[in-house]
Ligand binder design. Sequence first.
Ligand SMILES: O=P(O)(O)OC[C@H]1O[C@](O)(COP(=O)(O)O)[C@@H](O)[C@@H]1O
Ligand SMILES: [Mn+2]
Length: 653
Amino acid sequence: MRPLENELKYLKLLSKQYPSISKASTEIINLEAILNLPKGTEHFITDIHGEYEPFVHVLKNGSGVIKRKIEELFSNTMRENEKKALATLVYYPEQKLDLIIKKEENLEDFYRINIYRLVELCKYASSKYTRSKVRKLLPEDFKYIIEELLHESIDIKHKQCYYQSIVDTIIETDRAKEFIIAISKVIQKLVVDRLHILGDIYDRGPRPDVVIDTLMDYHSVDIQWGNHDILWMGAASGEKTCIANALRISARYANLDIIEDIYGINLLPLATFAMETYKDDPCHCFIPKISDQNVSTKEKSLIAKMHKAISIIQFKLEGEVINRRPEFEMQHRLLLNNINYEENTIKLKGKVYKLKDSNFPTINKNNPYELSKEENEVIEKLVSSFKNSEKLQKHISFLFSKGSIYLTANSNLLIHGCVPLNEDKSFMSMKIQGKEYKGKALMDKMEAISREGYFFKENTTQKQYGMDMMWYLWTGKCSSLFGKDDMTTFERYFIAEKESHKENKNPYFKLREDEKMCEKIFEEFNLDLTDSHIINGHVPVESKNGESPIKANGKILVIDGGFSRAYQNKTGLAGYTLIYNSHSLQLVSHQPFTSAEDAIKKESDILSTTEVVEHKAKRKTVRDTDAGKILEQEVKDLKLLLLAYRKGLIKEK
Ligand SMILES: O=P(O)(O)OC[C@H]1O[C@](O)(COP(=O)(O)O)[C@@H](O)[C@@H]1O
Ligand SMILES: [Mn+2]
């Protein structure tokens, strides 16, 4: 068969890279070899909520994968405590070595034994990758040495001397510490081929910035945005309502100093305004949730005032967005105009409730959504601080570049919250700029618009619309990130009756239990009906009440297990992670983690239980993955090129 004209053009281009039959056929052989290798391990983590310590630990131990490899490799040759020590060395090489160097009497001996063990472990962990892939993961400093050590077999007598001499030289030249650190990091990288973060890096916990810095340093990662992430993305774009919300949550969890110290956002204007405006107000509904005993009563009282000030600013600003975007259909969230400012009550869904707090010194009852002059100044200054925070901008542009609303990866659909559905199982639709969208198309559209909110020029209508969309994604009923009909923030602060706090989850959360519904979703996202899964975070799985994270006969996995300390009493756990290797899909549940310090000093690993969700009858190879599909296409193209060479349609160089 003769290639078509366009095909021939393309093949000529390809021939520049593979100018001869031998070059093209070597590449085919290489690609075929890669296609037959076992699929790399994927690691899924969600809802980190600023809890950097357990997150970093789970990342370092690969959800238990490193421990398992040590177990498999050294089961009969090492004691339990030695295995633990080796694992800790791989997780925290710098810190552990600092401790060891101080107290170890025979350091040389320690180095020799551990370098040997680490090289063996590294060999084992790299066995399913090609040499070229492993080479790419090696640090420049030790690239050559590690490669040599990995590919030498010390059982062969004459090579033993060679191996010994390399190790001796490492120790003699005083490079053992650096070498151990380097090879430990290579092992950490080898056990996870791809990391998926299913959203909610931000809010509630202490250091989301450390989480993002860690991710920026990670060798292979993608992110599915959570509602708390999009909130910060909107805030960094300059959207006032997002800024107010993000600050409100930071005040609620007493994390304001981090905003100042890490992101360099000046909170003085807000603090001064709050102290003046709510001077004699105890702001009792706004006392922050603090577990830290070191925070003084005075500090708490200041945070409560700032918390109230920014909350009122938020409610006013939300009114503005709701009014300028009727297509968001959020008019029912206009609450400030339902307050009876004389009687201190509010009318909601036909019922009158007493307000727990009725001191609103900045609200003009005739125009409750209007910001006071001072409030306006505060928020304008905040907008400028958020936009000019170099570190925040660096973090948020990383979320844009590595992230998306959803991702399909190796036949799995990854979404933080849900696929918005109606009760009748149809996809929920929303009118955007005059056109109806639903299902996959709705998510694609919302993502495209959000990107405009960050990347478009200042003061353009597209940018403003994009920024408003990010706020909608935080709280709107058609948002796949939020997945509820209402966010009852006002009610939670001001009304005692719990019935008013209720937020109804999208029907998806019930319907997803049904396998048929999952199949409909797979179809919508062009995924295979039999082999696919949906992976969600967002809603903590109440495992202590018997809820299972595995739903719809294994088609859905919900892995929000409560990294967030604030939610651990709900779940009874400290988080789930998911591992997808060439043999199986495994769910790992983690017990609370004390601290990195304990993990290093006491070698106390996180206690994790692994459950195999699905065992693959046939081991998955690279050929079965998305990357494999691309490689297969390359092989096909190269075969066509070979044919063209043989027929003389293209000349060899
Ligand atoms: O427990 P908190 O911090 O007060 O937050 C409650 C709010 O958080 C939300 O659950 C959203 O956060 P999540 O994405 O973590 O669920 C809202 O629906 C709710 O109003
Ligand atoms: Mn969430």
